[in-house]
Design a protein around this ligand. Structure first.
Ligand code: ADP
Ligand code: 5GP
Length: 195
């Protein structure tokens, strides 16, 4: 018997830390909770208010490395001294069940997904300027000054990869950016459904 469920669409949303990926994705999912979000694993410490299994699966470095060996990650990367990765089984199962799913990940991981899977829509979110990005990270108050500098130090390199993405959009005015993101995602879902 053939499986008649239409496969879901995988979206990768990437861009520099502090550009607003998390903000945009959570606003989008408030209106469209049917679009699923993959919860990543990380070795970084939880921020105040972050819940294990909701924001991330918080793992020790040893546990994370074992899981790399076991092939549990679709992609993983070291970012600012910590490891981050996407669970492969979860993503495969969701897509097979016809669910549309978002990965909100940094650039190295996004490019790994691009190389591994052909059916993926990659969206790069750009800041309006470097200064504004810095402001956002400072105002977010989640990292130390040193940690913010580490994240800012790789922004130029991250921006150089944006041509690898299917879509590049700026998060300047939040409402406009949300509308743009929504349009891209809903069009892709509809377009693929109607093919
Ligand atoms: P990321 O997930 O990309 O690291 P966040 O979603 O945490 O970024 O956003 C970083 C900070 O910038 C947050 O404090 C958020 O409220 C703020 N922010 C997001 N988008 C905008 C915007 N368009 N204008 C101003 N501030 C924004
Ligand atoms: P943060 O420490 O601010 O939560 O995340 C740092 C960066 O890691 C962000 O750009 C975030 O999108 C990215 N990230 C989160 N989960 C993953 C993941 O599973 N894989 C990769 N490659 N990056 C991730």
């Amino acid at each position: 018997m053939t499986n008649s469920v239409k496969k879901g669409t995988l979206f990768v949303i990437s861009g520099p830390s502090g550009v607003g990926k998390g903000t945009l994705v959570s606003m989008l999912r408030e209106k469209h909770p049917e679009i699923k979000l993959s919860v990543s694993a990380t070795t970084r410490n939880p921020r105040p208010g972050e819940i294990n299994g909701t924001h991330y699966f918080f793992l020790t470095k040893e546990d994370f490395k074992n899981r790399i060996e076991l092939g549990e990650f679709l992609e993983w990367a070291e970012f600012s001294g910590n490891l981050y990765g996407t669970n492969k089984n979860f993503v495969e199962k969701m897509l097979k069940d016809g669910q549309n799913i978002i990965l909100e990940i940094e650039v190295q991981g996004a490019l790994q997904v691009k190389n591994k899977l052909k059916d993926v829509i990659l969206i790069f979110i750009e800041p309006p300027s470097f200064e504004e990005l810095k402001e956002r990270l400072i105002k977010r108050c989640t990292e130390t000054e040193e940690e913010i500098q580490k994240r800012l130090a790789i922004v130029k390199k991250e921006l150089e990869q944006k041509h690898e993405f299917n879509y590049v959009m700026i998060n300047d005015n939040l409402d406009t950016a949300l509308q743009n993101l929504k349009t891209i995602i809903l069009r892709e879902i509809d377009g693929i459904k109607n093919k």
